[in-house]
Ligand binder design. Structure first.
Ligand code: C3B
Length: 833
């Protein structure tokens, strides 16, 4: 059936029941008929798969209804192109959003199965590195919840983000073979398969009308096969789709080699094509520059665009109306080649003239930038691009030529300006600047927090901002309250629910009604009880993962994010050393647990060294009887979405201490504040907007601003000059340097001390005194439990701006020009007639 065919009455769905007996039956059936197990012999994982299959049947039903509704109503669709989706576990999220969590737990209990026990067995879908990938997952969930016709496109990596083990204090990477037990949440779509070409050459044909048409010939073809992951909106029947592409060889074996008797080579070749979707690159802040990475990018972009255009044509829309019926968002520069691929498809496959194709393309695309760090911006050598994607290189040259002509006309004589704007960087051995292609090919470009967008306009894209000031807009990030509050923190959810009506779950603005309860004694006490239970839950997990025992009646101070110099885990570690020394000196120090978690890119040696030093310091601190349980330092291994949902609700203090001007937004900062942790942070990224929302008295802001950092850098003060800014900073750094905390890694500690004293590119020492003061201020407030609880509750109540639903609405209104489709009422049982 094509998308336009009216529903055939014979194809009427008779929806499955969602009551306990119906679910029980489905789960038992799935166990036998799909998993293939006798219930008497079933393992917990068999039950996990059985319940997942039973739920997926119900999700896909709603997907069919949603798809039909979109087809009938002639909607404009949004396509989100992202190399990363950091989804986490799917069972509980799907059950909750479908509104059938409790009833399913009941059904399992009737079958003698413990939901918690089996849910824990599910592997996280970790197809992303960090903030950027998690944002993509939150956006998909919000589009479904709010009823936007949104489609995600990405890569079905065979291996996701590596698993981090800590061995002898160091990070060791293990492959994340997340699909090894099979994946009940995906629907393979072998019929949705598109060819994707690499290499080869371009043949030009001169047409009688003077135009030139091009054929891209020869080279290698790989097939992109679709796997669909339905994404349920919260208590809505809308189910959207995430389509991930896997690479398949075009033919199973190369017959040539077969005939030559070289069986092994034939099979090896097939495997080589399939490496394209094999593994996620585990880098979040540096461009990788490998040919395979470029192939991954083009692979998923080409398949997605072919699919988008196919759907458009199947719906019988004219090709020149593509940008009226679709909006495509580029999540960072990774999919920027889409601009050239869209042109190629329109020009070569659909025979649209250049100018018209260019107008369509620009109206279709918009681009989100997620970082100002120059090393994260992708550029490809022209020679590599010419070899791998010869047709695209030709298209990029022409886009660039026409663009430079346009600016030459508007800004005559400014040759230096043209050189800086050009897509081709002539200064570093001729490279293609993908960010420039993305800006030129988009009608809107956004940063992800107010400060970030304004810095983008002043620095990275200052020249483009002169050409097209209206093109640059801000859309501050957000987080989904469904995962980061309702699922992660049932205790706090229940407390809020007992005070205000439940519509805040869809409309976080309503959370403001909770504000008056911040000054209510009973609510504060209840809040502390919830925190305490969340800490006990985390303490149990910490013990299980690390063997370290932590108290649950002390301050939990957490820094959880990728390990990076600019995020300044070393600043927090110095504070741990300060506390350690003060306790040893007999001072009375507020008891606390400091918890770090985060992965380092495997090739990023400094970040890996930082992990090792944290672990060694922690080992000394945790084993020193002089600490008397007043200080514990934990490095929580293998930080992932599922562990974040346990750590975040237990936190009191949220460390957001990046060097100002470097963190584009941050989203962990939002999750922690929403769960009633107070932020200690710099004026960086979204911290600024969080401060404005929660009030300066409910957050601890310290350190140099982005402007002050620039000025400070210009002064060129040696970092060692800051040692006297704080009474003990010198002895702390010297203790590190002299190997006081080292456990075989003495050289490493000396090197970290040297790095701080001589290089300190992210101003750890320069900001230390201010940071230590801010920590002391937080400690004083924490000692007044009532004052602290009030501030924490005000944080919760004032986080409405940071709902991903607000973010998605801003994209929809200001960038995509799409409207939500009226969502059917949230009542699954009504389907059962
Ligand atoms: C991150 C940024 O580092 C964060 O500040 C930001 O909140 C998120 O993106 C989401 O916008 N980021 C990332 O995770 N990976 C990149 N390659 C670039 C930015």
């Amino acid at each position: 059936m094509t998308e336009t065919t009216p529903p055939n009455p014979r194809h009427r769905l008779s929806p499955l029941t969602c009551d306990a007996p119906g679910l029980r039956q489905s789960i038992r059936d799935a166990l036998v008929r799909v998993v293939g197990k006798d219930p008497d012999l079933a393992t917990p994982r068999d039950w996990l798969h059985a319940v997942s299959f039973a739920i997926r049947e119900r999700i896909i039903e709603r997907r069919v209804v949603t798809r039909r509704q979109f087809a009938d109503e002639d909607v404009k669709r949004v396509y989100y192109l992202s190399m990363e989706y950091l989804i986490g576990r799917m069972l509980e999220a799907n059950l909750r959003n479908m509104g059938i969590l409790e009833v399913t737990q009941q059904a399992l209990q009737d079958l003698g199965v413990d939901f918690r026990e089996i849910a824990r067995l599910e592997e996280d879908a970790a197809l992303g590195n960090g903030g950027l990938g998690r944002l993509a997952a939150c956006i998909l969930e919000s589009m479904a919840t709010q009823g936007y016709p949104g489609y995600g496109y990405g890569i079905r990596y065979e291996y996701g983000m590596f698993q981090q083990h800590i061995e002898h204090f160091r990070q060791v990477e293990h492959p994340d073979n997340w699909l090894r037990f099979g994946n009940p949440w995906e629907f393979p779509r072998p019929e949705k398969t598109f060819p994707v070409r690499f290499y080869g050459y371009v043949v030009e044909h001169h047409q009688p009308d003077g135009e030139t048409s091009c054929n891209w010939e020869n080279g290698e073809e790989v097939l992109a096969m679709a796997y669909d992951y339905p994404t349920a909106g919260y208590e809505r029947r809308n189910v959207n789709n995430l389509r991930l592409w896997a690479a398949k060889a075009t033919r199973d074996f190369d017959l040539r080699y077969f005939n030559e008797g070289d069986y092994i080579r034939a099979v090896a070749d097939k495997n080589e094509s399939e490496t394209i979707s094999m593994v996620l690159y585990p880098n979040d802040a540096t461009a990788i520059g490998k040919e395979l990475r470029l192939k991954q990018e083009y692979f998923f972009v080409s398949a997605s665009l072919q699919d988008i255009i196919d759907r458009h044509l199947q719906l019988e829309y004219p090709i020149d109306e593509l940008a009226d019926k679709a909006a495509i968002q580029l999540n960072d520069t990774h999919p920027a080649i889409a601009v050239a691929e869209c042109m190629r498809l329109l020009l070569d496959e659909h025979r649209i003239p250049w100018d018209q194709a260019w107008t369509i393309t620009r109206n279709l695309f918009s681009y989100t930038n997620h970082t100002l760090m120059p090393e994260a911006l992708e550029t490809w050598p022209v020679a590599l691009m010419e070899r791998v994607l010869p047709r695209h290189m030709g298209i990029i040259y022409r886009i660039n030529h026409e663009f430079i002509e346009e600016v030459r006309h508007r800004f005559p004589g400014e040759h230096e300006f043209f050189r800086r704007l050009s897509i081709i960087d002539e200064d570093h051995g001729r490279r293609v600047r993908m960010a420039h292609l993305a800006v030129i090919g988009s009608h809107r470009v956004n940063g992800v927090a107010a400060l970030h967008t304004s810095l983008l306009k002043q620095t990275l894209f200052a020249d483009f901002n002169r050409v097209w000031p209206e093109r640059f807009v801000n859309v501050t990030n957000g987080v989904t309250p469904r995962l980061w509050m309702i699922q992660a923190n049932p205790g706090l959810t229940e407390l809020i629910e007992s005070r205000i009506s439940s519509d805040w779950k869809f409309d976080l603005d309503r959370l403001k009604q909770f504000e008056p309860y911040a000054s209510d004694d009973a609510t504060r006490e209840a809040f502390r009880a919830v925190k305490r239970r969340n800490k006990e839950r985390l303490a149990a997990l910490v013990h299980k993962r690390t063997g370290i025992t932590i108290r649950s009646d002390v301050m939990y101070d957490v820094q959880i994010k990728r390990i990076h110099e600019y995020k300044r885990q070393l600043l927090k570690l110095l504070h741990v050393i300060e506390l350690y020394q003060r306790i040893r000196d007999g001072e009375d120090v507020l008891p606390r647990v400091v918890l770090f978690a985060g992965k380092a890119a495997p090739g990023y040696q400094r970040a890996k060294d930082i992990i090792a030093v944290i672990n060694e310091v922690a080992d000394i601190v945790n084993h020193d009887p002089a600490m008397g349980d007043r200080l514990k330092c934990v490095f929580f291994p293998n930080y992932e979405v599922s562990s974040a949902t346990i750590i975040i609700p237990a936190a009191d203090l949220s460390e957001q201490i990046s060097t100002a001007g470097f963190e584009a937004s941050g989203t962990g900062n939002m999750k922690l504040a929403l769960n009633g942790a107070l932020t200690i942070g710099t004026l960086d990224g979204a911290n600024i907007e969080i401060r404005d929302a929660v009030g300066t008295e409910n957050i601890f802001i310290f350190g140099m601003t982005a402007d002050e950092i620039s000025a400070h850098r210009a002064q060129g003060i040696p970092p060692g000059a800051h040692l006297d800014s704080h009474p003990r900073l010198r002895s702390m750094v010297e203790a590190l340097r002299d190997g006081f905390f080292s456990n075989g890694g003495r050289h490493l500690h000396a090197e970290i001390a040297r790095y701080l004293l001589e290089e300190d590119p992210f101003f750890v020492l320069a900001d230390y005194a201010a940071y230590s003061d801010a920590c002391a201020q937080a400690d004083r407030m924490y000692q007044d439990a009532e004052a602290w609880s009030e501030a924490a509750l005000l944080n919760v109540a004032r986080m409405s701006h940071f709902s991903i639903d607000r973010t998605v609405r801003e994209y929809a209104q200001n960038i995509w020009n799409v409207v939500p489709e009226p969502v059917l009422p949230p009542c699954p049982e009504a389907d059962t007639n």
